[in-house]
Design a protein around this ligand. Structure first.
Ligand code: FE2
Length: 554
């Protein structure tokens, strides 16, 4: 039976109740009960999937439409599932964005489903959008996931967008993972403040190529934080995504966890703990003036949206509870964390590492033996040795050279064997290699000793007035350290995708493993910092390196 025949046969009308809406979006509104007359354009676009509460049985189908949709719904099997409508009005340009979320529950684990998305005012109503997805397998099953961050859009009208963004999405599809982890800085909307909804639209249309076929699980980055869009600037992000519930009132969607097979995945919002100020920012000399319809006053030069500490410890407390429960569960082998900003990056051209993350969360990652931490933010690829604990007083002030405690991650080995026991130390991967127009594959070196060197933010990099009138800038990282934890850096390109193959091991031998392979798009750099060669977007992803994580089963 073809996909089309499957869908044609699925004409039943059984209704599933849509679950309650996602909490905490300041300016978003839920209008499930509102009657929308089918006059505007309710054609589904930007269709994407996320896992529901249990990836074996629950998937959320989300999408947007140019205008309000009438009776937005998903058809799957014999069921028609009404979608919850959420909309928000952008706080800068006043545009209203309509999104829809259908929670599909009661699915069988490890099964493939076809679905359609439509509405009464769907311009494609005669032949609605359709796609297929797989649910997570039951028990101790092998599976594959992929990851990168910093995707941007293929529309080069937007700041930081680049054609590699389309090839990066196609790369995900080429590896056919069960799901993809998108570790922050989705589309750089806040660098295009007057056109934020249009940037998001190009992002959503681009990643639909993959995200309609398999869940893409995001975490917020500094560039999802938008002026006048909610208490942390995340209203657009939170309106567009329905994510597993963290059960923390007021902070829904900002951080969450889910489980697939023998892995607990923990997705964090590092904006809450980093020192670096890197979210929405008015550099000047001009003010940023919102559309009159928003009623929002102009933002003066030097205004930044700094949200460090916004959860007042609630996220860290949740993290510890989640890790405690994860390590108490004998059916789980691994804990994988994704967040946007870096605890261990030695990028020279990019941001570097942040003491805020090291101080708040690395002691927890150590105590609960987090196996793997994935982040983006720096547009390159870097892998750490397994690290545990911290070297004190290993840092120096970038200005003046005074000793500073950067809580430098301590490597448990500096022999790059390609096989690492993560019960002994956590491996950190920087994967900001999605598709921006800014390759940052240039890394620090201590010119005195020839060792790898990392920059670290140890204090807030708040805006400061420059020599130019009414022009503000934010400082680079204020400290450096010899990056003894850095094991591998890709100097050939800033673009790639990490592919993770999870082998749960047999009941008898008890040797679970995760094989990690980084594929890179050599030649995609606009300018390669190592060679000066000019490149262009490329669909060719080839292997850069592969290594294996192991840990004994308890
Ligand atoms: Fe970032």
């Amino acid at each position: 039976m073809s996909r089309r025949q499957v869908l044609a046969a699925a004409g039943g009308t059984g209704l599933l109740a849509a679950a309650a809406g996602q909490a905490g979006t300041a300016r978003a509104a839920t209008t499930r009960a509102r009657r929308v007359r089918p006059s505007g354009d309710g054609t589904p676009e930007q269709i994407h999937l996320t896992w529901g509460e249990n990836p074996g049985s629950d998937v959320v189908v989300s999408w947007a439409s140019p205008e309000a949709a009438a009776r937005p719904r998903v058809r799957i099997g014999q069921r028609v599932i009404p979608a919850e409508t959420r909309h928000y009005t952008d706080g800068i340009n006043g545009e209203t964005v309509w999104t829809y979320h259908a929670r599909v529950s009661g699915l069988r684990p490890g099964a493939t489903y076809a679905y359609t998305v439509t509405a009464d005012n769907d311009g494609n109503g005669a032949e609605p959008f359709s796609a297929m997805f797989r649910t997570a397998p039951p028990g101790r099953a092998p599976f594959r996931f992929t990851s990168f961050g910093d995707l941007a859009t293929p529309n080069t009208d937007w700041a930081l967008s680049y054609g590699q963004s389309a090839y990066a999405v196609e790369a995900v599809e080429s590896f056919q993972p069960l799901f993809h982890l998108l570790n922050g800085d989705l589309c750089y909307s806040n660098l295009n403040p007057a056109t934020q909804p249009a940037v998001w639209r190009d992002f959503g249309r681009n990643n639909q190529t993959s995200a309609a076929n398999r869940p893409w699980m995001p975490c917020p980055g500094n560039h999802e934080i938008e002026f006048y869009n909610g208490p942390q600037g995340l209203t657009s992000y939170l309106t567009r995504y329905t994510l597993p519930d963290n059960r923390i009132p007021g902070f829904g969607g900002r951080w969450y966890s889910f489980r697939v097979g023998t892995i607990l995945f923990v997705c964090l919002d590092a904006d809450d703990v980093v020192y670096q100020d890197a979210a929405a920012f008015v550099t000047g000399p001009a003010e940023l003036t919102p559309a009159a319809s928003t009623g929002n006053p102009p933002l003066k030069p030097g205004t930044s949206f700094y949200v460090r500490g916004y959860s007042d410890g609630a996220q860290t407390a949740w993290l510890e509870r989640t890790l405690t429960a994860g390590r108490r569960d004998d059916s789980l082998d691994w804990i994988v964390v994704q967040m946007h900003q870096c605890a261990a990056s030695s990028s020279l051209a990019g941001n570097g590492s942040d003491l805020g993350i090291r101080a708040a969360w690395l002691p927890l990652f150590d105590r609960y033996e987090v196996d793997l931490v994935l982040n983006g933010h720096d547009h390159d690829y870097e892998r750490s040795f397994p690290v545990r604990g911290a070297d004190t007083d290993a840092g120096r002030r970038a200005a003046g050279g005074a000793v500073v405690n950067t809580l430098r991650p301590h490597p448990v080995t500096t022999t790059d064997t390609g096989v690492f026991d993560t019960s002994q130390g956590t491996v950190y991967l920087t994967l900001g290699c999605g598709g921006t127009n800014t390759n940052l594959d240039e890394y620090g070196l201590d010119t005195a000793g020839g060792q790898r060197q990392a920059k670290i933010f140890t204090q807030a990099s708040r805006p400061e007035l420059t020599a130019a009138p009414d022009v503000y800038a934010r400082a680079a990282a204020d400290a450096v350290e010899d990056a003894v934890w850095s094991a591998r850096r890709d100097t050939s390109t800033g673009y790639g995708i990490a592919v993770f193959d999870v082998d749960p091991g047999s009941e008898a031998d008890g040797h679970p493993s995760i094989t990690v392979t980084q594929y890179h798009a050599a030649g995609a750099d606009l300018i390669n910092p190592a060679t000066g060669a000019k490149g262009a977007p490329t669909p060719d992803y080839t292997e850069f390196e592969t290594f294996k994580l192991i840990r004994p089963r308890r």
